[in-house]
Design a protein around this ligand. Sequence first.
Ligand SMILES: [Fe+2]
Ligand SMILES: [Fe+2]
Ligand SMILES: [Fe+2]
Ligand SMILES: [Fe+2]
Length: 470
Amino acid sequence: MRPIRPKAYNGKRGEMMTIKTQGKYAFTKEIDLLDFSRRSIRFLEMSVPPLSGHSLRVAYLARALAEALGFGEGLSRRVILAALLHDLGIFFIYKVKGLYDEVHRLAQKELDEVEEGVGSELAHCVMGERILAETKVMAHLAPLVRLHHPRDNERDLATFESLSPEERTGACAVALSDAVARSLAKRRLELMPSSAALAEIFDEVGRSSPGYFLLQASRDGLIEALRSVLSQKSLFVDIRSEWYMDEVLRSRHGHPSSIGVEELTGVVRVFVKYMEARSPYTAHHTRLTTLFAQAMVSRLGSLSLEEVAEMTLASWFHDLGKMLIPLSVLHKKGPLSPEEWSVMKEHSYSHYIFFGSMEPLKRAVFWGACHHEKLDGSGYPWGLKGHQIPLAGKILAVADVASALLEERPYKEPLSFGEALKVLESEVRRGLLDGNCFGLLREAATELGIDERMTFKEVSALWAEEEKAA
Ligand SMILES: [Fe+2]
Ligand SMILES: [Fe+2]
Ligand SMILES: [Fe+2]
Ligand SMILES: [Fe+2]
């Protein structure tokens, strides 16, 4: 691929953001959305352990149904993807004591404004629909996700009727797979249900589904196909093994498709939305770090457009691992104990184990994981030294520290931009951070009018303006 040089930053507000849009279709990545979704769901489920494995089981059941009914490859993939992501909304409104009560209340309020009468139980369907609809490349899954707990109301009926006959079959397959997975989980998952238990399962599904939905499902032969799927002992062995289910989905249904960089960034930004739900300060920090890093890279002017875009992805990823840190540590008021610090230090590496082996994202994921490496080798997770650290990692390290120092954290007071620069300078002098990258930050800040007295709020407002202008 021919590298395209990004336009040099000329000091005008909004200019640095053109780098993102210039590249709209400048290059694409071959991404297997199924692979990316499997990894993402596993990551999200790790952060909310009670849900672990449910999405994969629903996807596996949906796959078995699709196979039994002879769905074409396109519909099969769509059904499997929607089944994998069907409970995505839960992660954005999942109710946990303390901070989450507030987040949950806000999410509910947001949903009420868009659509009246969505009870908290079913809010996750609408939340999942909205999140996917915003990603463009996964928007086609949104109605199937919305309808995974179909309700007997006008809104769901209208959504259902707006679908093509094929999509309606797909929506039924996803919802039935979820209902059956939930029914099975109430019993012993690994046991093949007796005919009495099977009758109970179908009864439960029947009671919780509206008439229009059941009519379509039986017309399409889904109920009969489900009976035949559930009559196989092998299925109950399969659903005990997450590794096996993963393997089947990957090897039989994996299929890379070309995705433009903007669409890809849109998909990865879903994680920033997730941070907003779980740890708002981590989301703000990620935004500010990304914007600092973008400004610094623009000053550099020597990276290819692809590298610039990957730098943005690296920054979106860099603190994603914090979502796996217990909130009692992540949001602890006051200093962390040595044990808590050791848990906290895992965060720069955690996203790497989920996404680092995914070829098209490999470089960005690695760069993101390098943001706590230090030039003298005292950093983590690998203890890389000087030249072993990629330039993007060095840039991110400076952007990350600058933004962290500006912020108010549960365990520290915020600094002004000038005070933050002094700390950064001393880290450069001590041979921890790269002096050239520090210079890039100073230049970018001067040209953007960031004053040394400015606080996090003022700097964030400035960057927000930049983002809007772009
Ligand atoms: Fe659900
Ligand atoms: Fe579910
Ligand atoms: Fe970090
Ligand atoms: Fe960070």
